[in-house]
Design a protein around this ligand. Structure first.
Ligand code: C2G
Length: 133
């Protein structure tokens, strides 16, 4: 059994998110996803997510490629999560390249290329710019 772990907010779920999760899942046979809490997102990005923590968890848990979800309460607890879930590989998007190399002592660390031209922030901007909404 090869276990993969990844982390993210997954707010306003989009194709970049599903591609990342499917590619991560394909590296092993058990995908565990840490979904950032609302409070962590506020501290990380300065705003609360559009979708609540409960809804974001429900969406990720419902995906065929995901085996287990949990709430990520702190960026500082990655080592604990990796050990707790006995992950063999940590997958992160390449916007975090180099930032998680320290976990190499617990598991393999892989940074995956992000899908170009799509982000939650851009989607929010587009929605805001639509007249009469
Ligand atoms: N992603 C992607 N392509 C995009 C947008 C996002 O591959 N166009 C990936 C990101 O690289 C990340 C995952 O989808 O691996 C989730 O993205 P976010 O919700 O933006 O994750 P982030 O807020 O960076 O949270 O502990 C780390 C954080 O929780 C990561």
């Amino acid at each position: 059994m090869k276990k993969i772990i990844t982390f993210g907010t997954f707010d306003v779920f989009h194709v970049g998110h599903i591609r990342l999760l499917q590619r991560a899942a394909a590296l092993g046979n058990h995908l565990i996803v840490g979904v950032s809490s609302d409070a962590l997102n506020k501290s990380k990005k300065g705003r609360f997510p559009i979708y609540s923590e409960r809804d974001r968890l429900e969406i990720i848990a419902g995906l065929a490629c995901v085996d287990k979800v949990f709430v990520e309460h702190s960026l500082e607890e990655k080592a604990e999560y990796i050990k707790k879930y006995k992950a063999d590989i940590l997958v992160m998007g390449d916007d975090w390249k180099g930032r998680f190399d320290e976990f190499n002592s617990y598991c393999e660390v892989i940074y995956m290329t992000r899908t170009p031209s799509i982000s939650t922030t851009e989607i929010i901007e587009v929605v805001k710019s639509v007249p009469n909404h």
